[in-house]
Ligand binder design. Sequence first.
Ligand code: 5GP
Length: 177
Amino acid sequence: MSFYDAQVEVMIDTATLAAKVRELGAQITKDYQGKELTLIAIMKGSLFFAMDLARAIDLPLKVEVLGVTSYQGGTETTGEVRITSDVTKPMAGKHLLVVEDIIDTGLTMKFLLENLGARHPASLKICTLLEKPARARTKVPIDYKGFVIDDKFVVGYGLDFDEIYRNVPFIGVMKGK
Ligand code: 5GP
C-alpha cells in the first residue's frame, strides 16, 4: 500500500476533483468572455488546485501567487493573517480571481478581500475548492465553489498537515485523527 493510501482516507477522489475543476473552468471562461483574467493563487495550499484550474480556463490569463499565513502549524487557526509574500505587479484595473484551497473560518479571505480591494482592481471575485461552513466566523461572498465539506481537517491536493501530504492526489482525512 502506498504511503498516502495507508495514512489518508479518501473524501473526494482524484476523478471527482478533476471533473469539478473542468466545470469551474468552463463557468469562469464563460463569465469572463472578452476579458483578461488575473488568477491569484494563495500559497501554499491552493497552488495545486489553482494551476489545474488555470489550465481549464480558456482566456488570456495571468498568474500571480500571494503568500499568507494564518496557521502556526497543527490544526487550529490563530486568527491572525499576515502576507508573507506579495504579488509582483500592481493590481489596479485588473480582473482578479482569488483562488483558495479552503474557506474555514473565513478570516483569511476577509483579510484578502480588504487588502486586494484597496488596490482598486476592475473586479474581485473568489474561487474556493472547499468550504467548511460549520466553522465560519465571518461571511464572505464565494463566487465559485467546488465542494462543501463537514467540519473535518482535510489534507491532500495542496492541503497539508505540518507541510506534509500536499502531494496526495485526492482530498482526504488522516486515519486515526
Ligand atoms: P480560514 O482563515 O478560512 O480559517 O482558513 C483558511 C486557511 O486555513 C486555508 O487556506 C488553509 O490553509 C487552512 N485550513 C483550514 N481548514 C483546513 C483543513 O481542513 N485542512 C488544512 N490542511 N488546512 C486548513
